[in-house]
Design a protein around this ligand. Structure first.
Ligand SMILES: Cc1cc2nc3c(=O)[nH]c(=O)nc-3n(C[C@H](O)[C@H](O)[C@H](O)COP(=O)(O)OP(=O)(O)OC[C@H]3O[C@@H](n4cnc5c(N)ncnc54)[C@H](O)[C@@H]3O)c2cc1C
Length: 527
């Protein structure tokens, strides 16, 4: 039976925490919050959430693919960050799309864009709507006379599989699991697993330069884009060439990787796939400290070993990942995994373990599988846990960054301490945890999470205070504002300073050429 998307929360309504799970989560979280957790306040009924009146009339010719009903407008009104969910639960939105278009062909897409152009409507490309940076929120759209959210979910076909080159050509609106399912009969896979895997699209991954957590060495999606197709607002079609590499000027694919919907609508992508793995090995390695574990990771990647997964949970994150399974934990945990479709993984696995041991790592025997399993089980459930915490006004969110190895561990301490101070100031008590999600030879991605007891009715405000403190700490200490979540609207204030002015001017010039009317996703960082 088809599941129902939750218009006010994460994922499917049917997959929300069961009462038993909810009670267990609250028991653990309540303990951490020193009993300051507020009473449960369920979200409003979706049909009771007030939206501004729609400003547009849908032409008869487009009625098949444009929906102006409350349910569609609400479902597409926000992404899925903590602040988005808190705003949705507030019962009234000041901005919402006036209508949602879901074209099922490129011709239909062109007609929608032509209509928007004639009427001066802003158009916000929308994949799975899992943005956590305000990327799909109809905010700051200037003097547009209306806002159309353009769902790409109607363009979700696999167009071709080139088994010899191991690439797949698929439309941009396909969801992660559907893409993998279509490739399986060919012995291929994508194995790009963002935590939002079930609810994010190929086009969204590319438009945000997202990162997966199990991607056989190519975690960042832009490294897997062989070519792409883009439709411009005036109907022009751009197709880049299918090549393994080229040096004919700057890479045209990279103009649209990370373009966040403002330089064109990505309609289809040729993506590099991988062979379905036939062997997998993984283990948990415990370290006394996060710093030692980071050194272990650095030693592994700088030895030229590229595990499929090399993830390190700091002691707080380790504790959290196990607490929801009712277990205790001490120290930092490294999750090390290799997979392969033929090449032997055991020698690399052994060599990586040896390098970890040299930094004080203890390869877990009995409960190693359990520790890795607890982490994996919690991984895709975490967003549902966030919804349950939100019922009790617990603020929980994440922010992520990347820095060179030379910046750690100082950067980790400085940012974690700043975030913890902010949580304590805003919420009274709270926690900050960190994990290293991606390791490169020259640096790493650090992914922080914060929790604290908030107040019903004040959550959006509290979140902004925490977001500002975290972003300022990251910027002050030299991290990027995002390793994989993108900039959206929420990072605009800080991210502008990160990019050289000449580059921003060049992007503005590209915007003028590709979208002279400024229809596509106005209000982002380039302005
Ligand atoms: C619980 C949770 C966990 C997450 N985990 C991860 C993670 O592990 N790794 C990661 O990288 N990200 C993660 N994210 C962030 C988010 O899932 C990614 O940014 C994802 O790539 C967005 O895909 P989407 O299809 O949902 O895009 P949307 O959210 O719909 O759109 C994102 C941006 O891309 C633009 N866009 C979307 N489709 C197109 C298109 N076809 N053409 C042009 N522009 C387009 C939109 O305008 C918007 O600016 C997570 C988010 C949540 C809520």
């Amino acid at each position: 039976m088809a599941k129902t998307l939750n218009p006010l929360g994460w994922g499917y309504v049917e997959d929300a925490l069961a009462d038993r799970e909810r009670a267990a989560v609250l028991k653990v979280a309540g303990g951490w919050m020193g009993g300051r957790v507020q009473e449960r306040r369920a979200p409003p009924a979706p049909e009771a959430v007030r939206l501004p009146a729609s400003r547009i009339a849908i032409p008869d010719a487009l009625r098949d693919c444009v929906d102006g009903a409350h349910a569609a407008r609400l479902l597409h009104a926000r992404g899925r960050s903590f602040r988005d969910l808190a705003e949705l639960r507030g019962g009234e939105l000041r901005q919402a799309p006036d209508a949602v278009a879901t074209p099922r062909s490129r011709q239909e897409l062109e007609r929608v864009l032509a209509w928007a152009g004639e009427r001066d409507y802003a158009v916000i490309p929308y994949g799975g709507g899992s943005s956590v940076v305000g990327g799909v929120n109809p905010e700051g759209v200037g003097d547009a006379r209306g806002v159309i959210t353009l769902s790409l979910r109607g363009l979700d076909r696999v167009l071709d599989v080139d088994t010899r080159s191991r690439t797949v050509h698929a439309e941009a609106g396909i969801l992660g699991p559907d893409l993998d399912a279509a490739l399986k009969p060919y012995g291929l896979a994508v194995r790009h697993f963002p935590q939002s895997y079930f609810h994010s699209t190929l086009g969204g991954w590319v438009a945000t330069r997202g990162a997966g957590h199990f991607s056989t060495g190519l975690a960042k999606i832009e490294d897997r884009v062989q070519a792409l197709g883009v439709t411009l607002p005036d109907g022009r079609r751009v197709e880049t060439r299918r090549l393994p590499a080229s040096s004919i000027g700057p890479d045209p694919n990279r103009l649209w990787c990370g373009s966040e919907g403002f330089l064109g609508v990505i309609t289809d992508v040729h993506l590099r796939g991988v062979a379905l793995p036939t062997s997998r090995v993984s283990c948990g390695i415990r370290f006394k400290t996060f710093e030692q574990a980071l050194e272990g990771a650095r030693a592994i990647v700088q030895a030229g070993i590229q595990p499929t997964q090399l993830r390190i949970l700091d002691p707080v994150e380790h504790l959290l990942s196990r607490a929801f399974a009712g277990r205790a934990a001490t120290g930092a945990l490294m999750v090390l995994a290799f997979e392969s479709a033929g090449a032997p993984v055991e020698p690399l696995f052994a060599a990586a373990q040896e390098l970890a041991r040299a930094q004080g790592g203890e390869v877990l025997k009995q409960d190693g599988e359990e520790a890795v399993g607890d982490w994996r089980n919690t991984f895709f459930r975490q967003p549902y846990i966030r919804d349950a915490l939100l019922d009790h006004a617990i603020v929980s969110d994440t922010f992520e960054t990347a820095v060179p190895w030379s910046a750690v561990p100082g950067f980790y301490h400085a940012v974690r301490d700043a975030a913890l101070r902010a949580v304590q100031e805003v919420c009274g008590v709270g926690m900050v945890s960190c994990r290293s999600t991606h390791s490169y030879t020259d640096g790493l991605c650090l992914y922080f999470a914060f929790f604290g007891p908030g107040r019903h009715g004040a959550l959006v405000d509290q979140w902004w205070q925490l977001k500002a403190a975290a972003s300022e700490a990251v910027a002050r200490h030299g991290g990027t504002l995002s390793h994989h979540h993108a900039m959206g609207r929420d990072h605009k204030r800080w991210a502008q300073a990160e990019l050289p002015e000449a580059f921003r001017a060049a992007i503005r010039a590209a915007k003028r050429e590709l979208d002279p009317q400024g229809l596509l996703n106005p209000g982002l960082w380039y302005e």
